[in-house]
Design a protein around this ligand. Structure first.
Ligand code: ZN
Length: 132
């Protein structure tokens, strides 16, 4: 029996297209970026006046590292250089989700392998009580 070739599986063109899009991603940065104005700790500073003259805006990058929130400030130049990598995080999630759907469809549509009925599994499913 010949070794299965990935391209002979269903949805090959879709999966190739997604793989090509994934291959163009050259960086991914996690977390979120916001611009914010802040108060400092200096007594009598204008940022504590009424109305306050807050400092900033500062570009604040927040991400989670081993369960802890880590914050770093970015310069305008850094953000301009790396904005696309922040955008890529969302793009990557979308592409992976599409890749999973296309791959599940490929397996389900694959007629080379005869489907066997798992009667035990379907029996378990039908016995499961309904959500109340
Ligand atoms: Zn201040």
């Amino acid at each position: 029996m010949p070794k299965p070739n990935p391209d002979t599986k269903p949805w090959a063109a879709t999966r190739r297209g997604l793989a090509a899009e994934l291959g163009q991603i050259d960086g991914v940065l996690p977390g979120s970026v916001i611009r914010r104005h802040m108060r400092c700790g200096k007594p009598g500073c204008a940022c504590k006046a009424d109305p306050p003259a807050l400092h900033g805006p500062y570009i604040q990058w927040t991400r989670s590292v081993e369960g802890k929130t880590v914050t770093r400030f970015l310069t305008e130049d850094e953000l301009a250089s790396y904005q696309s990598w922040f955008d890529n995080a969302r793009r990557l999630k979308e592409l992976v989700a599409k890749f999973e759907i296309a791959s599940v469809h490929a397996l389900e549509a694959d007629r080379r392998h005869p489907r066997t009925t798992d009667s035990k599994a379907s029996a378990r499913r039908s016995k499961r009580p309904a959500d109340s």
